[in-house]
Design a protein around this ligand. Structure first.
Ligand SMILES: Nc1ncnc2c1ncn2[C@@H]1O[C@H](COP(=O)(O)OP(=O)(O)OP(=O)(O)O)[C@@H](O)[C@H]1O
Ligand SMILES: CC(=O)N[C@H]1[C@@H]2OC[C@@H](O2)[C@@H](O)[C@@H]1O[C@H](C)C(=O)O
Length: 373
């Protein structure tokens, strides 16, 4: 079989924590990573964040959604144009405003056609809709990239990637499998809330965005009864694949209302760790290591709790030479190339979709130009 040519692709992600946009270059043929390139970040201003926050939970056509999409497009256009000269294709995730795979679908704000026109490059976007239309969860989508990362780092034994963002997601994988959608290659799902509840607590009690380093939680004692009640949630009894919306565990903050700040932070941190451990019970085989990506890997208390609960080494992805701040952006660069090549981006064991599917719409600059007159 002829080997596919690797190309430089530029991926961009605007995550659930609404901090800003990550962008990263990856040289890939959609199967194998050939090189990692430059990265860039642009934070949202408070005003921009406010516009996006006001549109959370809303669907296309509803109030505030157009304004949020414009903020997302402007931020991406500015950031991506600084790297556009180094790439052939863009993978644009956009900002998830609402995610209800069993109901109304999934909604990422930002129009790829607008970006294609601005950047003069093909843009792959709307990665999740086709999967949802075909009965999948539409998330997580990073697993096929995690599989490529496992090959890149030369892994030979099953391992797991854990993303600790607002929500947590876990990918178990066997790097000896021939492809990520091969039988027994991957199992992936959202574990539960990760940083979002602690962030919400810090905002409510201290006016801060996050528990820096997990310092507040480190000084508290988890309320085990609250953690046990949290684990009783029906989400943890569901078999994977499964995915979550940021607000699916909204009641968690009320459950720690009676606790002092440090104990409340410790309890919510313990709940996030326990959700991961509960998820790991679904692993088809033991793992050699758990590689942690996403902002939560900077939370030392959360990492220590995880290390106590897991029976394998728990390490930030940097221990394997990867970039934990950019992994999701890199994932959408890699997935964009898969879409361009007609390769699937999800399968039954990563999103629960009936058959492996290639999500993603492709907008080309000329088409964008003619569509907009
Ligand atoms: N130094 C730190 N100490 C403690 N927590 C931190 C630190 N840095 C980041 N975090 C946590 O990580 C979060 C951001 O993580 P990340 O950027 O991975 O999220 P995201 O990509 O927006 O979310 P998702 O993956 O759910 O879309 C912050 O909101 C905070 O809770
Ligand atoms: C619907 C949606 O945007 N989900 C995000 C979110 O953030 C983390 C987790 O929940 C994961 O399911 C997903 O993002 C990553 C990039 C994914 O699809 O793999």
């Amino acid at each position: 079989m002829m080997k596919a040519k690797a190309v430089w692709a530029l991926g961009a992600m605007s995550g659930t924590s609404l901090d800003g946009v990550d962008a990263a270059l990856v040289k890939t043929d959609g199967e194998r990573i050939h090189a990692f390139g430059r990265t860039a970040y642009r934070s949202y201003s408070d005003t921009e964040r406010g516009v996006i926050r006001a549109a959370l939970g809303r669907w296309p056509g509803e109030a505030g959604v157009g304004e949020a999409a414009e903020v997302v497009e402007t931020a991406h256009a500015g950031l991506l144009s600084t790297l556009a000269g180094e790439t052939e294709v863009v993978g644009f995730h956009g900002q998830t405003l609402a995610h209800d795979p069993g109901g109304r679908g999934t909604h990422q704000a930002g129009d790829g056609a607008v970006l294609a026109e601005v950047l003069g490059l093909p843009v792959v976007w709307d990665f999740r809709s086709t999967d949802v239309e075909m009965g999948g969860q539409g998330a997580p989508l990073a697993p096929f990239f995690h599989f490529a990362c496992a090959k890149w780092i030369g892994a030979t034994q099953p391992l797991a990637f854990l993303n600790l963002g607002g929500v947590g997601n876990l990918t178990w994988l066997d790097p000896t499998a021939p492809a990520p959608d091969a039988p027994g290659a991957c199992l992936a799902f959202d574990t539960g809330p990760a940083n979002a509840p602690v962030n919400d607590l810090m905002q409510a009690r201290r006016g801060l965005a996050l528990d820096e380093g997990g310092a507040l939680a480190a000084g508290g004692k988890p309320d085990e009864a609250v953690v046990a009640r949290f684990l009783d949630h029906r989400y943890f009894r569901r078999m994977p694949p499964k995915s979550l919306d940021r607000n699916d565990f909204h009641g968690l903050l009320a459950a720690v209302e009676h606790l002092a700040d440090a104990d409340a932070a410790a309890t919510l941190t313990a709940a996030a760790a326990a959700a991961v451990a509960r998820g790991a019970e679904h692993f088809p085989a033991p793992v050699s290591r758990l590689l942690v990506t996403g902002g939560g890997r900077h939370n030392e208390t959360l990492m220590a709790m995880l290390a106590r609960l897991m029976d394998c080494p728990v390490e930030p992805v940097e221990a394997a030479g990867l970039d934990g701040d950019m992994l999701e952006a890199q994932a959408f660069a890699h997935l964009a190339v898969r879409v361009m090549r007609g390769l699937p981006t999800s399968c039954a064991t990563t999103t629960g979709v009936a058959a492996a599917v290639g999500g993603g719409r492709v907008s080309r600059p000329d088409a964008a130009a003619s569509a907009t007159g």
